[in-house]
Design a protein around this ligand. Structure first.
Ligand code: ZN
Length: 130
């Protein structure tokens, strides 16, 4: 569930143990076993906000996030440099929106999807697996 079958660098875990034989909690797996970023600004009041997406996101710069999670990345507007890198699904990527809808998006569609942003301050905070 955490690994996209098209992700060439994901190391799929098979259970939640610390076992070096496929245990998600083993240091060799953890972030390496996850294909998706997590949207930290997804809130119920914004059903179209991005809950998660493929990790192959290109941005115009990443910085410290105001979410309080220090390893999260902040993507700044304008979003013209934001898009998908061809690492997983060509130049498209999958998004899971807060209402449960999954969208296959181009880079232009990704930018439009980032429009339902609860912060209203031009920042988007994402937690990337690696
Ligand atoms: Zn995928």
């Amino acid at each position: 569930m955490l690994a996209c079958p098209s992700d060439p660098s994901v190391k799929e875990a098979f259970h939640w143990s610390v076992s070096p034989e496929g245990g998600f909690l083993n240091p060799a797996y953890r972030n390496n076993a996850v294909s998706y970023f997590l949207g930290l600004h997804a809130v119920p009041e914004h059903p179209q906000s991005i809950l998660l997406g493929d990790r192959n996101l290109r941005t115009n710069g990443l910085g410290g996030c105001t979410s309080g999670i220090t390893i999260a990345a902040q993507v700044y507007e304008p979003l013209h440099a934001t898009g998908w890198l061809p690492a997983i699904h060509g130049l498209t990527g999958n998004l899971l929106l807060n209402d449960g809808q999954v969208r296959v998006t181009s880079s232009a569609e990704l930018i439009r999807a980032m429009g339902d942003n609860p912060t209203h301050d031009g920042t988007h905070c994402f937690l990337f697996p690696r």
